[in-house]
Each structure stands twice: as structure tokens, then as C-alpha cells.
Ligand binder design. Structure first.
Ligand SMILES: NC(=O)c1ccc[n+]([C@@H]2O[C@H](COP(=O)([O-])OP(=O)(O)OC[C@H]3O[C@@H](n4cnc5c(N)ncnc54)[C@H](OP(=O)(O)O)[C@@H]3O)[C@@H](O)[C@H]2O)c1
Length: 306
């Protein structure tokens, strides 16, 4: 048995609770891990709220919270030949076993070996936040010297996207509330505040002819207000709002594969990308960590150390 944090039904924070569950058994192509660190992400509370039932509507309750983790391999299922017991790994919990738990299973194809020098806490930020940044920038494939707008630069995905974009020689403009200005500017981002002044006007001051690419991490009215800033709507991606297609853009395509995980791990190791962890919580503080992300205004990334 091991302890898990999850929810008894779809709903708000009141449906969350800790419970014991038998260690999940690794099925074909899966690995069982002892969880060491968990990345806290917006998808966690969206799944709990029942907003994305295509992903978890079929799973029985209680469901375990979480999509990304790093830990040590305790057992491997049939067909897993490239990861062995004792390896340190990180990856996506795509089969529904969750990650806010002492043990969980990950599909081996959506996990990678953790480099020794990479802390578990850093590795746990890679699946959801890190590889979204990589997937978005690879999809846009902007040449050096181009201008990229990141809508929602102050959060976990935004700060990683900004660092990666700067390393590719892009001029980066980022939006956020004014509380995110100092951190963004420290990353070399031209900042446009949506709480002080007109955000579109501030972007136009930096890029009068518009931007070559736009990665939206907010969605809704905010996406609509900045969408026209991109000169070619085909270079508009949103990770936050499928309605981006109505604006001529595309929902940010995700690879979720081992190669992307390894690429971001290497970028962290060589100093190109820092996951910008602003707070590490204990497992007992899972509700507090998730509540912070649920405000929608987090700075950087929050992780839970188990
Ligand atoms: N499809 C995928 O695979 C995938 C993967 C990762 C993320 N996502 C999605 O992408 C979005 C961002 O994820 P995240 O992990 O970066 O979230 P996060 O860490 O919570 O950060 C979101 C950031 O947006 C800022 N923000 C809120 N309203 C804004 C507005 N009107 N204009 C500009 N900035 C605003 C917030 O702070 P301030 O308001 O203080 O600036 C916060 O820093 C979420 O919707 C998430 O679900 C999708």
C-alpha cells in the first residue's frame, strides 16, 4: 500500500483527500516508480474539476491527482527492456495512475532516464511545462532574429519558453500582470503588462509591425486581445484554448515522447533552461500547492518533494 492524494468525485478542492491504495502494477510497457518529486500543473485541477473528461471521465474514483513526476524504478512490466529497476526516471503518467502518490506507474515510452546531475525536482517539471515549451518553439520553427510573443510569460511554461526562445536567438516579448515584470526582464524578455496600461499598445511599441510567432498560455479573452498581433495567423499557437483554431491558429501539438523529455533534460543540464522553481512543498502540502496554481497567477513552477 502507498499513500496518494486525489479526489472522490469531480468538483472543487472540497473533493480532494489523501487515501491509501495498493501499489499499481506495471502493465505491458509500463514502469512502477517510487515518486520523489511531482510537478504541479494547471491540468491537475482541470482534471479534478471534470473539465477535460475526455482524459479521465472513464476512470473510477477515487482518482489520483497529477500528470508529471520523477522517481526511482521499483519494477518494470513486460516489454520494457530499456529501463531497469533502480534507474532514476521522469515522465508523464498518461495511463491515469496519477503522480501525487508515493508510487505510481508511467508508460515507459513517455518516460526517460534522469541524468544523475539533474535534481528530481527539476526533472519533475519537464513533462508538462518543459516539453510544452520545446514543442511550441519547434512547431513555430522561427529563424534567429524573429520576434516571439508569449502570452502569459510569468508562469511555469512561459518562463521556460522564454529562456529557450532567447537561446534560439529570438527577440521575446511577454505579457503578464505587472508582478511578473522583474522576473521576465531578468530573462531578457520585453515585458507588456496587462494590469498597467494597454497590453497591445505595449507590444506594438516593441514590435510595430507585429510579431512573427505567438505562443498563448492564457486563452479566452486574453488570447483574443493579442491574437491580431501575429503577422501570420498560422504562427499562432495556444496551449490553453482550443478555440485558437477560430482565430486561424493551432492548438499547440504535443509529442509527449522520450526524445522531448531527454532534450529538455539536456538543456537544463547545460544551463540553457532553469525550471524557475519558486516553491517546493512537502507531500502533506499537496492541497496548498495545487491551490496556489489554481489561482491562475503563479510565478514560475511549483513542485512537491515526496
Ligand atoms: N496542452 C498542454 O499540453 C499544456 C501543457 C502545459 C500548459 N498548458 C496550458 O497552458 C496554460 C499555462 O500553463 P502554465 O503551466 O504556464 O500555467 P501557470 O504556471 O499557472 O502560469 C500561468 C500564467 O499566466 C499569467 N496570466 C494569467 N492571466 C493572464 C493574462 N490575462 N495575460 C497574461 N498573463 C496572464 C499568470 O500570472 P499573472 O496573471 O500574474 O501574470 C501566470 O503566471 C494553462 O492553461 C495550461 O493548462 C497546456
Amino acid at each position: 500500500m502507498s499513500r496518494a492524494f486525489g479526489y472522490r468525485a469531480f468538483g472543487g478542492p472540497e473533493v480532494q483527500f489523501y487515501f491509501d491504495r495498493p501499489d499499481p502494477r506495471p502493465g505491458d510497457g509500463e514502469i512502477l516508480i517510487q515518486v520523489r518529486a511531482i510537478g504541479v500543473a494547471r491540468i491537475d485541477h482541470m482534471l479534478r474539476s471534470g473539465l477535460v473528461r475526455a482524459l479521465n471521465g472513464h476512470l473510477p474514483f477515487p482518482q489520483v491527482m497529477g500528470m508529471e513526476a520523477a522517481g526511482d524504478v521499483l519494477a518494470v512490466g513486460t516489454g520494457v527492456t530499456d529501463i531497469t529497476v533502480g534507474d532514476a526516471v521522469f515522465g508523464f503518467a498518461l495511463s491515469g495512475a496519477g503522480t501525487y502518490a508515493q508510487t505510481t506507474v508511467l508508460p515507459a515510452a513517455n518516460a526517460a532516464r534522469k541524468p544523475k546531475a539533474l535534481p528530481y525536482e527539476w526533472a519533475a517539471t519537464i513533462p508538462v511545462s518543459g516539453t510544452t515549451a520545446l514543442d511550441g518553439l519547434d512547431r513555430l520553427d522561427l529563424p534567429e532574429g524573429s520576434t516571439l510573443l508569449i502570452n502569459g510569460v510569468g508562469g511555469s511554461t512561459g518562463q521556460i519558453t522564454a529562456q529557450l526562445a532567447r537561446s534560439r536567438g529570438l527577440t521575446v516579448i511577454g505579457t503578464g500582470s505587472d508582478s511578473k515584470r522583474a522576473e521576465a526582464e531578468a530573462l531578457g524578455v520585453a515585458f507588456a503588462s496587462y494590469t498597467v496600461g494597454d497590453v497591445v499598445e505595449q507590444v506594438r511599441n516593441v514590435a510595430p509591425a507585429g510579431v512573427d510567432g505567438l505562443i498563448d498560455l492564457v486563452g479566452g479573452d486574453s488570447l483574443r486581445s493579442v491574437a491580431a498581433l501575429v503577422t501570420d495567423a498560422r504562427q499562432l499557437l495556444s496551449a490553453a484554448d482550443v478555440a485558437v483554431s477560430e482565430l486561424g491558429g493551432e492548438y499547440l501539438p504535443r509529442r509527449l515522447d522520450r526524445a522531448s523529455l531527454e532534450t529538455v533534460a539536456a538543456l537544463m543540464l547545460n544551463g540553457t533552461v532553469d525550471p524557475r522553481i519558486t516553491r517546493t512543498y512537502s507531500f502533506d502540502q499537496s492541497a496548498e500547492a495545487l491551490a496556489a496554481v489554481e489561482t491562475g497567477h503563479t510565478a514560475g513552477k511549483l513542485v512537491i518533494a515526496v
